[in-house]
Design a protein around this ligand. Structure first.
Ligand SMILES: [Zn+2]
Ligand SMILES: [Zn+2]
Length: 426
């Protein structure tokens, strides 16, 4: 059968609108809308038969039941649902009514075509409404990770709108001790601040073990400027609560859920955070990031540079320290899981590189050393030897007991590439 015969047969099933008719042949003649295809076939059949042309009112269509006349209406409803939301990209989805799906199958069966021949209602609706939404809101369609996701739900007669998170990347320094990276809810009261009717005496009723956290200084301000409903802090690893984070700082991403603002002034945000944290924490290099920066910050292999204050059991001299550090510089270290580490972690021997080691004596029983090592190198054990579980160690090389009394982080850098890759910024 010819194309025109197929079209005649489909048109004879009852009133079928131009779009529903044309959609069956959507894989023919690129550059036409389905409504143009449908109308052209109807015109061509009328000419071929030399019959009067008989247009079909979309409202009367038995397949879509008039829904193909409603692209504009749905696009306007979608645009209206986000008038106070700032976004650059969007995507439109459609929940097709089961009845329309069934009608589409029946229509195609009529000419022995596959159930999904041409294009289905859902794809046409997504595309046609999508084009109009883009025009109405002056934004771009994005099929990967749009800022806003619209879902047209015919049966519920509403547009569901999902606003995807926005992200801000930066690096932080922690200039005071005893500040955890993230908020640390009290384990006695699960963060409620109460035990029964009494204030929790473990945390003093605050619900938190520490009054301050890096997250607490940073995330609420990002959430506020982006006008979101929640904010989550993602760090590139974390230092101990009692360790400082100095030098170039530690990469982090703040994720703001359901933001109403995206194009924020990150320089001003940086100033605001630094003023609010008042010297306890500093941030720098704030930039809007793409969603996959979260995974990058959490997963990218990173080397660390530490500064450790070391105490020795017996006096040592400067030459011995220099010799020992020279042996650690560039050494491969074997570390059996440290005794202090959570016993739920697998016990095994890990091999880690020390990229650089240097330092000097403060007095004959104290030194300050700097170690640049591969991610996962345990520094306290590299110094103490951890009862022979770490080899070599500074204590072993010196033949003197040694322990870390203060440990600070000076740098956290990607092993093979920097965290701040242009592909991961918004
Ligand atoms: Zn129709
Ligand atoms: Zn508590």
């Amino acid at each position: 059968m010819s194309l025109l015969d197929d079209a005649r047969q489909l048109a004879a099933t009852g009133p079928v609108c131009d779009a529903c008719l044309g959609r069956v042949f959507a894989d023919r003649s690129f550059g036409l809308t389905n409504a143009e295809r449908g109308r052209s076939l109807r015109v061509a059949a009328a000419l071929d038969d030399d019959e009067p042309f008989d247009p079909v009112d979309t409202e009367d269509c038995w397949v879509c039941e008039g829904r193909c006349a409603a692209f504009d209406d749905w696009a306007e409803r979608a645009a209206e649902s986000v008038t106070d939301i700032e976004f650059d990209t969007y995507q439109v989805g459609t929940r097709t009514p089961p009845l329309v799906e069934e009608n589409e199958r029946m229509l195609r069966e009529e000419i022995g075509a596959d159930a999904d021949a041409g294009e289905l209602f859902k794809s046409e609706f997504n595309r046609e409404v999508g084009k109009l939404v883009g025009r109405l809101t002056d934004t771009e369609v994005d099929f990967q990770r749009p800022d806003v996701q619209f879902l047209i739900d015919f049966d519920a007669d509403r547009v569901e709108t999902e606003i995807n998170s926005a992200f801000v990347y930066g690096r932080y320094r922690k200039l005071e001790r005893d500040i955890p990276q993230t908020e640390w809810p009290c384990r006695e009261c699960d963060g409620s601040g109460r035990q029964g009717s009494q204030p929790c005496d473990h945390c003093g009723g605050s619900g938190y073990l520490y009054d301050d956290s890096v997250e607490g200084f940073v995330a609420p301000l990002v959430e506020d400027v982006m006008d979101g409903v929640d904010a989550v802090f993602h760090g590139a690893g974390r230092e101990d609560v009692d360790a400082l984070m100095l030098g170039t700082g530690r990469p982090f991403v703040v994720e703001v859920k359901e933001p109403r603002r995206r194009a924020i002034d990150t320089d001003r945000l940086e100033d605001d955070i630094n003023a609010f944290a008042d010297g306890a924490v500093e941030v720098e290099g704030l930039r809007r990031a793409a969603y996959d920066m979260v995974e990058r910050v959490k997963r990218l292999d990173a080397s660390k540079t530490y500064r450790a204050v070391v105490e020795f059991d017996d006096p040592i001299d400067a030459d011995a320290l220099d010799d020992a550090l020279a042996k650690l510089d560039g050494a491969t270290i074997e570390q059996y899981t440290p005794q202090r580490v959570d016993h739920r972690r697998a016990n095994l021997t890990r091999t880690r590189e020390v990229y650089a080691a240097s330092g000097e004596l403060d007095d004959d029983q104290h030194a300050t050393v700097e170690i640049h090592g591969a991610g996962g190198l345990y520094i306290k054990e590299l110094i103490s030897g951890d009862d022979g579980r770490t080899e070599p160690s500074l204590a072993d090389l010196l033949g003197v007991g040694a322990r870390v009394t203060a440990l600070d982080v000076l740098a956290v850098e990607g092993e093979d590439e920097p965290f701040a890759d242009e592909d991961y910024f918004a």
